[in-house]
Design a protein around this ligand. Structure first.
Ligand SMILES: Cc1ncc(COP(=O)(O)O)c(C=O)c1O
Length: 418
């Protein structure tokens, strides 16, 4: 093939490879979250990140569309977050007690998020979802959780009486509600199915769920751990104009620091207030992550959410450009999602058989694409998902699409059409 399929010469990742081997002797599996084991060609080690870029231990710098699996909505090392957090390092980073910063962030969240009469803070999305389950069970006096296949709500086990249904089909929800009358405490979903392929809700689906749950006294929970402070300043609930009873947030809400939020209607959140539902945690609401969140929300709220709108528009340009690169190279590709979170799907991608497929790095066209992008300076998640940040502007889009053309040609060379 032409030189456009050739990776730039002499990219070494040897120091990363050596560190991974060393890590495996003391860290089970070598990585700190099982999902990272799938990285292509293997988990890399990094020394620093700045704005849209991240640099590995071998000195290779990449445009980063992993954004630490989503949280870095303002990019790496944003100066406003750094300044806010540096101040807490002088003032004391953890009190295990109250401070005004948590009120300021809560007030901002109540102002922005449609379902938020009250909020509470935790540390991870997994925890936030657990509290949402606990709240809905206590509120309804029912046990069953209704969730959907390929939606991800954290790494803890689902309770035994959980129902798993196909998504985007109101009939199956109606049937389940009829089959288990007065048993279902909550319906939980990713309002945009980011983990299961970046699939948008079908026209009228969210409104239909809202209607069914309201009619049957079921708590509707939007898991906005990915969509929150990403697809829209008000979350997917704001974007689609459907208000759930409870919503959980994580990832982008503190720009890369470990904060999660449970937001909801007062009647339900009151169960925390009157101690019917226990919500605890040593690190909850600590000044460091709250300072990061306050700075993040301040940046995102400016000019009526202009930064997120720009990020979404950069993402739309990337989607169009990747589609064009694929068409030009003759590679069959679908790109699905919205500007700030989308997925490049190849037809030979294996079916998802566990929560995210924890096994080997992807092979086939997806593997070749990821490796081609990495060789051309773009770092992506192993499942083909892209996260776009406010620091991805026109220059980054242009550089990325140039890499995409190289990588699509490399895929075409390796997997010629019949
Ligand atoms: C939709 C969704 N919910 C919950 C979680 C769990 O969040 P965490 O990894 O912070 O526990 C994730 C993580 O990827 C997620 O994507």
């Amino acid at each position: 093939m032409s030189e456009t399929t050739t990776a730039p010469a002499a990219i070494s990742r040897q120091t990363s490879a050596d560190l991974l081997e060393r890590a495996k002797k003391s860290i089970a599996g070598g990585v700190s979250s099982a999902f990272r084991a799938k990285s292509v060609p293997f988990p890399l080690y990094f020394t620093h990140g700045e704005g849209p870029s991240i640099t590995d231990v071998d000195g290779n710098t990449y445009l980063d569309y992993t954004l630490a699996w989503g949280p870095l909505i303002l990019g790496h090392s944003h100066p406003a977050i750094a300044a806010a957090v540096e101040k807490t390092l002088q003032d004391g980073w953890d009190y295990g007690a109250q401070h005004e910063g948590e009120i300021r962030v809560a007030e901002r969240l109540v102002e922005l998020v449609p379902c938020a009469d009250r909020v509470v803070f935790s540390n991870t999305g997994t925890e936030a979802d657990q509290i949402a389950f606990r709240l809905s069970r206590a509120f309804t006096g029912r046990k069953r959780i209704l969730r959907f296949q390929n939606h991800y709500h954290g790494w803890l086990e689902a309770p035994p009486d959980t129902l798993f249904l196909p998504w985007n089909d109101l009939d199956v929800v109606e049937k389940a509600v009829a089959e288990y009358p007065d048993e279902i405490a909550c319906v939980i979903l990713e309002p945009i199915l980011c983990n299961g392929g970046c699939i948008l809700p079908a026209e009228g689906y969210l409104a239909g769920l809202r209607e069914i749950t309201a009619k049957h006294g079921i708590v509707l929970i939007f898991d906005e751990v990915i969509t929150g402070f990403r697809v829209d300043l008000r979350g997917a609930q704001g974007l689609y104009g459907i208000t759930p009873d409870l919503a959980t947030f994580g990832k982008a809400v503190a720009g890369g620091f470990p904060l999660s939020v449970i937001a909801g209607r007062y009647e339900i959140m009151k169960l925390i207030e009157d101690a019917t539902v226990l919500h605890g945690g040593s690190f909850n609401g600590n000044p460091t992550v709250l300072a990061a969140s306050e700075a993040t929300l301040e940046e995102l709220s400016r000019d009526d959410g202009a930064a997120l709108k720009a990020a979404n528009s950069s993402g739309e340009k990337l989607i169009e450009g990747i589609r064009a690169a694929a068409a030009e190279a003759g590679v069959p590709v679908t790109v699905r999602g919205v500007g700030t979170v989308f997925k490049v799907v190849f037809p030979d991608e294996g079916a998802v058989t566990d929560s995210r497929g924890l096994t080997a790095p992807p092979s086939g066209r997806l593997g070749a694409w990821l490796e081609g992008m990495l060789d051309n300076g773009v770092y992506l998640l192993p499942d083909g998902r892209w996260y776009v940040a406010t620091v991805h502007g026109d220059d980054e889009v242009e550089m990325t699409l140039e890499a995409a053309r190289f990588a699509m040609n490399a895929v075409a060379a390796k997997f010629p059409a019949n």
